[in-house]
Ligand binder design. Structure first.
Ligand code: AMP
Length: 181
């Protein structure tokens, strides 16, 4: 198994969920046992020596691999969810989407200043949701923060936006795919 093989197996769905969007569908790589394990193993290898205590997944596709990585790293899993989904006391951050504003939330007591956190999502596109997720994690005062995505959509400048907003955060993605590929 190689990253190149994995890239080829991500399905591109044109015009979903609306005209003009090239949707990168990861269901075609997570349904393959070998590819699923390969991704899990690669991510664990990348963060094994970082002392990660919590893996934070962003709803909803960040929930697919984050718990698997957390288990292997001996860390806990923490969800960042869309507005009004978490039951206890939360803090929130908002970010602009193409149409309107989205709100994400995390439980106020989910992280502590001793935590070393890895935030994981499936795709880094414009970077808006990741910057909001970083803002939430920072507000809870953690010791150190890493950011990871399976796929970086090249051509959308998400990494550049992240670097502008969060110059000190280490960002790593498993593979880069051209947005129009
Ligand atoms: P952004 O905030 O623009 O970086 O968008 C990242 C989030 O939107 C991720 O959680 C992705 O799951 C989703 N997303 C954005 N663009 C795409 C795309 N072209 N294909 C699949 N998912 C996408």
């Amino acid at each position: 198994m190689t990253i190149e093989q994995l890239k080829q197996d991500v399905r591109n769905v044109p015009d979903f969920p609306k005209p003009g969007i090239q949707f990168k569908d990861i269901t075609t790589i997570i349904d393959n046992a070998e590819e699923l394990r390969f991704m899990r193993d690669k991510l664990v290898e990348m963060y094994r020596d970082k002392g990660i205590t919590k893996v934070v997944g962003i709803e909803s596709r960040g929930f697919i691999l984050a718990p698997a990585i957390a288990i292997e790293l001996g860390a806990g899993f923490v969800p960042i969810r869309k507005h009004n989904k978490l039951p206890a006391e939360t803090i929130q951050a908002s970010y602009e989407k193409e149409y309107g504003v989205d709100i994400i939330q995390i439980h106020k007591d989910a992280l502590s200043p001793d935590d070393v956190v890895l935030i994981h999502d499936d795709i880094l596109a414009t970077g808006g949701s990741m910057v909001a997720a970083i803002e939430l994690v920072r507000k809870l005062g953690v010791k150190k923060l890493y950011v990871n995505c399976l796929i970086e959509l090249e051509g959308l400048d998400g990494r550049k936006y992240l670097k502008e907003k969060e110059p000190d955060v280490e960002v790593d993605c498993l593979m880069g795919i051209e947005v129009d590929e």
